[in-house]
Design a protein around this ligand. Structure first.
Ligand code: NDP
Ligand code: 2IT
Length: 444
């Protein structure tokens, strides 16, 4: 059995219930084959892969809090400190009822390679809770965040582990988490990113993941001799990533015709009205169905995903496994020629296979959505310097980072004989730096 198969098989026996984690590992390990085979003896001697797939540390804790009816609620909190070979653990916190250890291990594992691709000194981590912020009052969210931090604060620090946002964790939650960290430790330090501008946040962080997604998509499309100008774009999600992806897509001349939430999707043939979407989602925290109250000519499709809408470019920006093999076939059948992933692991293994085999322009999540964590790392730099850079400066750096990621991913794919296969390119380019650092630092 190959080294890769041995490691993967062992993992399936050890963690049979962590299906998202196993999926993420399979995708990465399979595409690392050329580089693993070339260095197999060396890597086996130091059990590199066995160590790579095992988190350095997982913290799991009880989060009790009191709801508005005076009832005590109990959630589970986690922080997966996956790999610190190239820098302090870095990665978001997700608050969503589906959160469990396996989901956070998949996200933490992906984060290792994504963070490596940014070229910045950040290791991989992820955390969160099965707490659902939907429908909770601000006071309830604050009570939860404070209780979550009452445990988490012992395990994080500006040079140790720096969490940020993800699904269900935005500016409001980061504010409450930061306030409690400061109260408990007395430290005014860059321990979280995505902070508000009045207390150490970075300009452009709010927009970074969505903007970065469009910067790398634009680069990939231009290198293929095409342009976003006038193209029809389908977006899923309507959260932080989706909203700023739509904003930048418009600035680049594209036309975005869909947006969605977990209840359904909106199709607006005239192009999604971004002001309306921002009002519904950022201001009112309401359901996407409300869009029809502002734009009655649009269509709302309950309990459906937007993948059957004809488009040139698809940008999944909601959640994992939102595109399966069948959705991928539908997209391709309708002439979609570019997919770039704003969400983490939005395409299942069958969908990835469809995209890669069809030869369309396909940029996987760990490269495509790396703009968010990149600007998080720039926020850490600004906090260390005790300076704030301008929007233009951070945006220019973000653009440069996304372009560099494209170049790295594309060059790695070509070097190993997989020209145009950005899945292989991203995984290998991300892996090489981490592997070298792990080898240099000995058995730790
Ligand atoms: P938000 O919480 O701001 O928005 C999430 C969006 O996705 C909402 O529209 C939400 O709808 C929808 N959604 C969430 N879960 C599901 C589900 N199970 N089924 C259908 N729709 C769902 O999160 P973000 O925009 O920050 O994150 C979106 C994706 O991007 C995630 O995969 C995240 O990991 C990834 N990402 C985020 C980064 C960031 O900087 N924020 C950076 C890199 C990647 P509803 O409100 O109905 O739940
Ligand atoms: O998936 C991700 O890269 C994020 N949620 C952002 C992580 C970060 O530390 O900014």
């Amino acid at each position: 059995m190959s080294y890769i198969s041995e490691v993967y098989e062992t993992l399936t026996v050890k963690y049979p219930h962590e299906k998202e984690f196993l999926q993420a590992v399979k995708e990465v390990l399979d595409s690392l084959a050329p580089v693993i085979e070339a260095n197999e003896e060396r890597y086996r001697r130091i059990s590199l892969l066995e160590r790579l797939v095992e988190p350095e540390r997982i913290i799991s804790f009880r989060v009790p809090w009191v709801d508005d009816n005076g009832k005590v609620q109990v959630n589970r909190g986690y922080r997966v400190q996956f790999n610190s070979a190239i820098g302090p653990y870095k990665g978001g916190l997700r608050f969503h009822p589906s959160v469990n250890q396996g989901i956070l291990k998949f996200l933490g594992f992906e984060q290792i390679f994504k963070n490596s691709l940014t070229g910045l000194p950040i290791g991989g981590g992820k955390g969160g809770s099965d707490f659902d912020p939907h429908g909770k009052s601000d006071r309830e969210v604050m009570a939860f965040c404070q209780s979550f931090m009452n445990e988490l604060y012992r395990h994080i620090g500006a040079d140790e582990d720096v969490p940020a946002g993800d699904i269900g964790v935005g500016a409001r939650e980061i504010g409450y988490l930061y306030g409690q960290y400061k109260r408990l430790t007395g430290l005014y330090e860059g321990v979280l990113t995505g902070k508000g501008l009045s207390y150490g946040g970075s300009l452009t962080r709010t927009e970074a993941t969505g903007y970065g997604l469009l910067y790398i998509t634009d680069e990939m499309i231009r290198r293929a001799g095409k342009s976003i100008e006038g193209k029809t774009i389908v977006v899923s999600g309507s959260g932080n990533v989706a909203i700023f992806a739509i904003e930048k897509a418009y600035q680049l001349g594209g036309k975005v015709v869909t947006a969605s939430d977990s209840n359904g999707y909106i199709y607006d043939a005239n192009g999604i009205n971004l002001d309306v979407l921002k009002k519904i989602k950022l201001q009112d925290r309401a359901r996407i169905k409300e869009y029809l109250n502002y734009v009655p000519a649009a269509e709302y499709h309950e309990n459906e995903k937007p993948w059957n809408v004809k488009c040139d470019i698809a940008l999944p920006c909601a959640t994992q496994n939102e595109i399966n093999g069948e959705s991928a076939r539908t997209l391709l059948g309708n002439g979609c020629w570019c997919v770039a992933e704003g969400a983490n692991m939005p395409s299942d293994l069958e969908a990835i296979e469809q995209f890669v085999n069809s030869g369309i322009l396909y940029m996987p999540a760990k490269a495509a959505n790396a703009g968010g964590v990149s600007v998080s790392a720039l926020e850490m730099s600004q906090n260390s310097q005790r300076l704030s850079w301008t929007f233009e400066e951070v945006d220019a750096r973000l653009k440069e980072i996304m372009k560099n990621i494209y170049n790295k991913v594309s060059a790695s794919a070509e070097k190993y004989g997989y020209k145009g296969n950005f899945v292989v390119g991203a995984n290998i380019a991300g892996f090489e730096k981490v592997a070298e650092a792990m080898e240099a630092q000995g058995i730790v």
